[in-house]
Design a protein around this ligand. Structure first.
Ligand code: MEV
Length: 424
């Protein structure tokens, strides 16, 4: 309990670090230096980052990378990705190049509506509640007019307010189920403000409002992306057998949730990286995507594949509630830059790009898993990292990469080969 603190948020950044150093760090001086090392010397920029959240003591860097050559609906993109996992960007770049010579990716937004709910309890007569709701419905819209004014100008707003009887799931539980169109903004703040105004207007003595909040389950904010080509164009050798294995890999994910979770995790490697780079909320995207993967009652693959008349088709359907205005999108200089790189897309276009990033990542994973296995690619990255740590010259690097082409990469083996090469 001695490590408890009052008023931590009121301490200056340095005071916070000093307090941490004296309470938690064994190597206080060293750790204080590490934290300060990551401060940005540009004070304006640092202040901006400090203010994103409370109790900031430093910045946490993540690599910001580019996967070029993505052809989507005939347009070429260099996709920004923020991710720490080696091989994700390399895989995306390879797959982008591969499909760019096979007519590229096709993507289409299926729907764009979002949901918010006022959850409440009511023990009275059902018909009376429905009558009350009918009498109130137009007031529920008008009470939000001030909040929705700008959104309506942009073509969005509240599409529908329904009263839903949920008493079969939970005694006395009802909800106002509200459908929104938020155009180019993710809309979380907008939706929550509308819901609170609605619940305020709706409440009466015999209704107990429990909470008003948007839903991150957005099956009606859905995008589809796909690729297709002749089976013979998919693999240089054994095309028929390998494309069958690719389809079987998806069938296995649909049959076995243990595999489906890993399968979808690979998809989210691509999705999250672009979501983060563009300043969007990856937790919301993750929650919504996994709920959608379970929509049948069983957790399944978000991607699908078929082979018909010698044509291989591979596609994804994923809910993505994204924004290209508001939130962090324009506030974080790198998110702003990322969006500019993508040609300042609408939220719909960004949905298409991000669905493609997920599909591409899954393609890379399944192609590797059903042929050479993924460790080959991973070990290649591992090898280059070790070579870098050893400080090898370009010539030595080329020799070692060639030497390990058909050998198992371990740290010891690389050090040994390097020492032999350099006489160390
Ligand atoms: C690793 O981050 C992702 C994979 O495990 C995905 C998959 O197994 O499909 C390679």
């Amino acid at each position: 309990m001695s490590k408890a603190v009052n008023g931590f948020s009121k301490l200056s950044k340095l005071e916070k670090i000093d307090w941490l150093a004296s309470n938690f760090f064994n190597e206080a001086k060293k750790n204080k230096e590490i934290l300060k090392q990551y401060w940005n010397s540009n004070e304006v920029l640092q202040n901006l980052h400090d203010d994103f959240i409370e109790n900031t003591i430093s910045n946490f860097y993540m690599p910001f990378a580019i996967a070029p050559n993505f052809v989507i609906n005939g347009k070429i993109y260099a996709i920004p990705m923020v991710i720490e996992e080696s091989s994700v960007v390399a895989a995306a770049s390879l797959v982008a190049k591969f499909w760019s010579t096979r007519d590229g990716f096709k993507a289409k937004v299926i729907s764009t509506t979002k949901i918010g709910q006022v959850h409440f309890m009511y023990e009275g007569n059902k018909q009376e509640l429905y009558d009350y709701f009918s009498s109130k419905k137009s007031a529920l819209f008008s009470v939000t007019e001030e909040i929705t004014k700008n959104m309506r100008k942009r073509g969005g707003g509240i599409l529908e307010i329904e009263l839903r009887d949920k008493t079969e799931d939970l005694a006395n539980y009802y909800q106002l189920h509200v459908t929104f169109e938020t155009v180019d903004s993710m809309g979380a703040n907008f939706i929550n403000s509308c819901l609170e105004a609605i619940s305020n207007e709706f409440k009466k003595e015999d209704t107990q409002i429990v909470m008003s909040i948007l839903s991150n389950y957005v099956p009606e904010c859905l995008v589809r992306a796909e690729v297709s080509c002749k089976v013979d164009d998919l693999y240089a050798e054994n095309a028929e057998i390998l494309s069958q294995k690719f389809v079987q890999a998806i069938q296995i994910a649909n049959a076995e949730p243990h595999r489906a979770v890993t399968h979808n995790k690979g998809i989210m490697n691509g999705v999250d990286a672009v979501v983060l780079a563009t300043g969007n909320d990856f937790r919301a995207i993750e929650a919504g995507a996994h709920a959608y993967a379970s929509k049948s009652g069983k957790y399944k693959s978000l991607t699908n594949a078929s082979i018909e008349n010698g044509t291989f088709k591979f596609w994804i359907e994923i809910p993505l509630a994204l924004g290209t205005v508001g939130g962090l999108t324009k506030l974080h200089p790198l998110s702003k830059l990322a969006l500019e790189l993508l040609g300042n897309p609408s939220a719909k276009e960004l949905m298409e790009i991000i669905a493609v990033a997920g599909l591409a990542q899954n393609f890379a994973a399944l192609r590797a898993l059903t042929t050479t296995g993924i460790q080959k690619g991973h070990m290649k990255m591992h090898l280059t990292n070790i070579i870098k740590q050893l400080g090898a010259s370009e010539e030595e690097k080329a020799f070692l990469i060639n030497y390990f082409e058909n050998k198992t990469v371990t740290h010891n083996a690389v050090v040994e080969a390097y020492n032999k090469l350099t006489g160390g």
